[in-house]
Design a protein. Structure first.
Length: 509
């Protein structure tokens, strides 16, 4: 099929159907970043692994997806935008089916990696195709539709995952992707093939890609396995750490000297872009880590079902959806640094408030801070994207947007591994400190015994209370660290100079 030199936009019912199909595609890919959050205890129980090992299901997908984002431009140029989109969508559906059929954690992580590799190009390509099929006067609506799915999907993920796990079983969080992905792949090709781009043979930075996979993969595996292997007491961790360090150094040197790098690190010469990326990486890492930790804590130690843990977690996005239009409107009128500072400080303040949680909190006391936290989300993400892209040269916008998306996703994956590991470590430390202070004189055990509780049962009650309080302290400590990250990220934005032009944020993904 010859490429269209001047592809025409769609109208009427065709435009609506194609727009919905592209929106569903983006929705599914973003949904799979969070749908497994509340499902981790179910997956861990079903596959007989620990909850911390269960989080590999989250991190493996995020890392794989992040790695393929920089390759999207090359794949689209080499094979055609629509062909890559349809193929990736079909592979995403097939890999989702394999995830649901996985008999062990090893196979599940492998299939999640393949799912992430398939899904990586879909976010930027769905946005590109939306802008291509919509008339010029409706491009703002196209960007709004894409942005809304990006915002709504992470909110829906925990709730949908909880309902599925409680009423069906965890494999169905992946099975639901299959019919939608295959349908979008088939209809996407038939509806959009006339928008296919010309095929070229661009050069790809193979060495840079290999070095990227080596250092990111080694570092992520080190974070995931560190606790289980007793960190640097293990030779495997030393090998992974050294491999990651050497790979990162080689990657930096190669990419900075390569004529056509896979990741354009030269954009960091712009102070506004560097400070914006620092802010979004720290803030998104803190946000994503707390989002992963909340359902784990609620289900493991607060007696919540997956459904109620999902309902609680999704509260963060309720007000965010309503505040997004206001944030977008204010971004063009107010210094974006002020909006970003206010939004991130809001997230940090609420997270700091959450670091004083107790084990006897009601649902309202847990959910309300999450609800009000959502107010700050659009004021953090929307203006920060514009600020970052307005800081680079116009011809660097696409590569800068891809790099920002890569680092944002990577920050979420790294933070998830660090937090789940530190959560268990701090629980053990807190328990060791509390065990010598709890019922040292035996008065509580005697009181329980006098109330008719056997000595063995009394010890079990005290042990359960001790564990619950140790976990609560560890959870609060993690939230406190996340709050500090938010506050530091908010202050970092002032390193950026005031933007002198408005960026085309349609390149962001």
């Amino acid at each position: 099929m010859s490429a269209s030199s001047k592809p025409q936009v769609l109208h009427g019912g065709q435009l609506i159907l194609a727009g919905l199909m592209l929106a569903i595609t983006n929705f599914l890919v973003v949904l799979d970043m969070t749908i497994a959050n509340v499902s981790v205890p179910h997956i861990a129980g079903g596959l007989a692994v620990s909850p911390s090992q269960g989080t590999w299901v989250i991190t493996s997908y995020a890392v794989a997806e992040a790695i393929t984002v920089p390759l999207t431009g090359f794949l689209a140029a080499r094979f055609g935008t629509v062909r890559v989109f349809s193929t990736s969508m079909a592979l995403f559906g097939i890999c989702s089916l394999l995830c649901g059929l996985a008999p062990s954690l090893g196979f599940l992580v492998l299939f999640r990696i393949l799912q992430g590799l398939s899904g990586g190009p879909l976010m930027p390509l769905s946005q590109t195709l939306l802008l291509r099929i919509f008339p010029p006067e409706k491009k703002a609506a196209a960007i709004g539709l894409w942005s809304m799915t990006t915002l709504v999907a992470p909110i829906t993920g925990p709730l949908l995952g909880g309902i599925i796990c409680d009423n069906l079983s965890w494999p169905y969080i992946f099975y639901i992707n299959v019919p939608l992905a295959l349908m979008c792949s088939y209809f996407g090709w038939n509806a959009l093939k006339k928008f296919e781009t010309k095929i070229a043979k661009p050069r790809v930075d193979i060495v840079g890609l290999i070095l990227l996979v080596i250092w990111v993969g080694s570092f992520q595996f080190m974070l995931d396995e560190g606790k289980n292997l007793d960190w640097f007491e293990s030779p495997e961790i030393w090998v992974l750490a050294i491999t990651s360090a050497i790979g990162f150094a080689a990657f930096m040197i190669w990419e900075l000297t390569e004529k056509e790098p896979i990741v354009n690190l030269r954009v960091f010469r712009h102070r506004g872009y560097s400070s914006s990326v620092l802010t979004i990486s720290l803030a998104f890492g803190a946000f994503f880590a707390s989002t992963v930790l909340t359902p784990l804590w609620l289900q493991s130690y607060m007696g919540y079902t997956a459904t109620w843990a999902g309902k609680t977690t999704m509260m963060t996005g309720v007000l965010a959806v309503f505040m997004a239009p206001l944030a977008a409107k204010l971004s063009g009128k107010i210094d974006p640094r002020k909006l970003v500072f206010g939004g991130v400080m809001w997230l940090g303040s609420v997270t700091l408030y959450r670091s004083f949680n107790t084990t006897d909190m009601t649902y309202g006391q847990i959910a309300f801070p999450l609800l009000v936290q959502g107010i700050g989300m659009p004021f953090f993400f929307v203006p920060l994207t514009g600020l970052a892209l307005s800081s680079v040269d116009p011809e660097e916008t696409a590569s800068a947007a891809g790099l920002m998306s890569f680092l944002r996703t990577l920050a979420g994956a790294f933070a998830t591994s660090l937090v789940t590991t530190e959560w268990e470590n701090q629980t053990n430390v807190n328990r060791a400190e509390l065990v010598g202070q709890v019922d040292a004189m035996g008065s509580t055990a005697r009181a329980l015994s006098h109330a008719g509780t056997g000595m063995e049962q009394s010890r079990n009650i005290i042990d359960m209370t001790l564990q619950s309080q140790s976990v609560m302290l560890a959870t609060n400590q993690i939230f406190f660290i996340a709050a500090l990250c938010f506050i530091f990220a908010a202050c970092a934005i002032w390193l950026a100079p005031k933007p002198m032009r408005k960026a085309d944020t349609s390149e962001a993904h």
